[in-house]
Design a protein around this ligand. Structure first.
Ligand code: KG4
Ligand code: ZN
Length: 323
């Protein structure tokens, strides 16, 4: 059994997962509401709350799995990328948990976790496959030939897709986090009402900053009318983001000759994207929402395919903000 911790951003997460990828527990303590009043994640507040929550969340993950620390064979933890203060809480806790029992520790790249989220559960995706990861901090397409790694084929040159959702929501006065708010409002709007640009910076690369600027101008031009058109604006804006993601994914599948696709990252929780990828010419894995947004099960998922560091080799292990 693997016990994994994930504290790279604003969710305190712990999970217990078997070597075969069966999820025994996956606990997520979201700090979302704490940060909402500031319109985004405040790193200092995130670190302090991770400190307060990490022990309880770990105990909860063990209890829900019906396990004790004695049942754990390996500890895994997100090493980066992310907020350095937030990451340090998870890394220190994981080192302490592992060291007291002299267990091996696996440091995991957060993005690798998103890439392999669909290898968990009863119907795991098999390599080779194309992975689309779209989150608040990252948006990329990767080729996976073996789940122990991935090679990036294309990525965003400016904002991440989740950032585009969050910034768009702020312009529409919808609050933070913006993705779920736009997702909800878009259901009542017409996605063809406004024609937002779909920029194509490279065959498999993304760019979302122009889209956000164009939303700003449209809202400004609408003036007082913008409020009554909010649902149409949300629907059209969301359609532009989803189109960009789906078109590059289609191109990636074709170029790489891949027949399987797995999506991940917080934006993979988006209802329109989840429906749109089903229309691609591939077998598609769309994980449950709790495996798309940040979670520790995906970190354990990646750890299954990596070489653990034996005690005491990891005592000097450090978190890294950028990999
Ligand atoms: O993967 P994640 O939980 O954290 C990062 O590693 O960034 O992704 C968070 C991002 C936020 O930008 C949030 O607005 C977006 O995922 N998101 C969504 C939805 N749910 C979360 N975006 C679009 N539609 C959603 N339903
Ligand atoms: Zn993430």
């Amino acid at each position: 059994m693997i016990l994994a911790l994930e504290t790279s951003c604003d969710d305190t997460c712990a999970a217990v997962v078997s070597a075969e990828g069966e999820i025994a527990s996956n606990v997520i303590a979201s700090q979302g509401l704490l940060h909402a009043r500031y319109g985004g994640v405040v790193p200092e507040i995130a670190s302090r709350h991770h400190l307060e929550l990490v022990d309880a969340v770990t105990a909860d993950a063990l209890e829900r799995a019906g396990a004790r620390l004695d049942d754990i064979d390996t500890v895994a933890v997100t090493r980066g990328p992310g907020l350095i203060g937030a990451l340090l809480v998870g890394v220190s806790s994981a080192k302490a948990l592992a060291a007291t029992r002299q267990l091996p520790l696996v440091p995991v790249d957060h993005l690798h976790g998103h890439v392999v989220a669909s290898t968990l559960g009863p119907d795991p995706v098999a390599a080779p496959y194309l992975s689309l990861v779209a989150s608040g901090g990252h948006t990329f397409l990767a080729r996976v030939d073996h789940p122990s790694g991935y090679s990036i084929l294309g990525q965003t040159l400016d904002d991440a897709a989740g950032e585009a959702f969050d910034k768009g929501a702020r312009l529409l006065g919808l609050g933070y986090p913006g993705g779920p708010a736009i997702d909800r409002l878009a259901r009542e709007g017409d996605p063809a009402a406004f024609d937002f640009p779909r920029s194509a910076p490279g065959e498999l690369d993304f760019s979302f900053s122009g889209l956000k600027t164009s939303l700003l101008y449209v809202i400004r031009d609408l003036g007082a009318e913008a409020e009554s058109r909010a649902a149409d604006l949300a629907a059209s804006y969301q359609r532009a983001i989803v189109d960009a993601l789906v078109e590059r994914t289609r191109a990636g599948l074709e170029r790489e000759g891949l027949e399987r696709l797995a999506i991940g990252g917080g934006v993979a929780a988006n209802s329109e994207l989840r429906a749109a990828v089903e229309g691609l010419d591939a077998e598609v894995w769309v994980p449950p929402v709790e495996l798309c947004t940040d979670n520790a099960a995906m970190i354990a998922g990646a750890a299954r395919f990596l070489e653990p560091v034996e005690y005491p080799g990891y005592l000097g292990l450090d978190a890294v903000a950028r990999l």
